[in-house]
Design a protein around this ligand. Structure first.
Ligand code: NAD
Length: 332
């Protein structure tokens, strides 16, 4: 099936082509992000393959539908970038990747927590310059601390298990409590209690209208003073300006983020030779107790291999008229 692959980086091309070796779909790799302006590049493609910072709103879907697209396959779990209701109106099926190594993200969240708490990135920069001073690098033991997990699905539960292994008390908040989370010793509490009691809060729920800015000025004011916030889920969960203000007063003791609300115009590209006009992110990266990575939590060989294989399998299933097991609901 003719498939336009937007936001295609080198690794997307290699890994997707590998997964496609036997399926034989005709892949048109495009480095552009999908927007209303770039949508005509998919003309004649029945399938369009996208990633998290592509725009798949009603305007773009209308253009795609008019050009003959009948399937949108996102190479991600989250699908907040897709207007699923509009897709249904235009008769476009939408599939995502539900099952790929949740360990990739959970392990990265732990890595970010250790990096920000123990100042590992700062220390590495120092030693490269021959500075072996420890001043400013003190962290705290995770053992014995309380870790709050918001969203105890696949990734949140694995993160909770790892933190439990560190000797932490694990609290959880989720609309749908899971037995697996409780089986590892996690205890569900209301979100306010989680924020007030946790030394570390890690976000693992999807971005929906309900969860947008779940971390905001009010919730940060109710959080335990000096707590550390980790976000590997979606940037829109955090009101970044409120987090910046809380960092300035010390109410927030540290921030480790792999996702950022305005990441679409920044992430997945090398901007090191340009002037970055986003003052919010530039201010954030200047804090000594903040670590920012560019949406790489999923980026392991295992996860990418599974993402690409599932995406190709979904396209093949669609072509054959088979059931789409990873189809997303009509509205999020
Ligand atoms: P999942 O569906 O297994 O778990 C999500 C959990 O959030 C579920 O238990 C659900 O009940 C809960 N939830 C939904 N709405 C909620 C609400 N209003 N309040 C509290 N909890 C709520 O998903 P997952 O595979 O664990 O992925 C979690 C998120 O991680 C994804 O939605 C995605 O945004 C993010 N993610 C990020 C990366 C990355 O590279 N940074 C990669 C994959 C996924």
């Amino acid at each position: 099936m003719k498939t336009a692959v937007f936001s295609a980086r080198r690794y997307d091309k290699t890994m997707l082509a590998r997964a496609n070796a036997t399926a034989g779909h005709e892949l048109r790799f495009l480095e552009d992000r999908l927007t209303a302006a770039s949508a005509p590049l998919a003309a004649g493609c029945e399938a369009v393959c996208v990633f998290v910072n592509d725009t798949v709103d009603a305007e773009v879907l209308a253009i795609l539908a008019g050009q003959g697209t009948r399937l949108v396959a996102t190479r991600s779990t989250g699908y907040n970038h897709i207007d699923a209701a509009a897709a249904a109106r235009f008769g476009i099926a939408v599939v995502r990747v539900t099952d790929y190594s949740p360990h990739s993200v959970a392990e990265f969240a732990v890595g970010l927590l250790l990096a920000v708490n123990r100042k590992i990135a700062r220390a590495s920069v120092r030693t490269r310059e021959g500075n072996f001073d420890l001043d400013g690098l003190m962290g705290f033991d995770l053992h014995g601390k309380t870790v709050g997990v918001i969203g105890t699905g696949k990734i949140g539960t694995i993160f909770a298990r790892i933190m439990s292994g560190f000797g932490c008390t694990v609290l959880g908040y989720d609309r749908y409590p899971s037995a697996a989370f409780e089986a590892l010793g996690g205890r569900y509490v209301p979100v306010d209690e989680l924020l007030a009691s946790s030394d570390v809060v890690s976000l693992h729920c999807p971005l929906t209208e309900e969860t947008r800015h779940i971390v905001n000025a009010e919730s940060l004011a109710r959080a335990k003073r000096g707590s550390v916030l980790v976000n590997t889920s979606r940037g829109g969960l955090v009101d970044t300006e409120a987090a910046t203000a809380a960092l300035k007063t010390g109410q927030l003791g540290g921030l480790a983020i792999d996702v950022y609300e305005q990441e679409a115009s920044l992430f997945f590209q090398d901007l090191s030779s340009t002037i970055i006009c986003d003052d919010v992110i530039q201010r954030l990266v200047s804090f000594p107790n903040v670590i920012v990575t560019g949406h790489q939590a999923f980026f392991t060989e295992e996860a990418i291999g599974q993402i690409m294989q599932t995406t190709i399998d979904s396209i093949t299933a669609f072509e054959r008229g088979e059931e789409l097991v990873n189809r997303i609901p009509k509205s999020s």
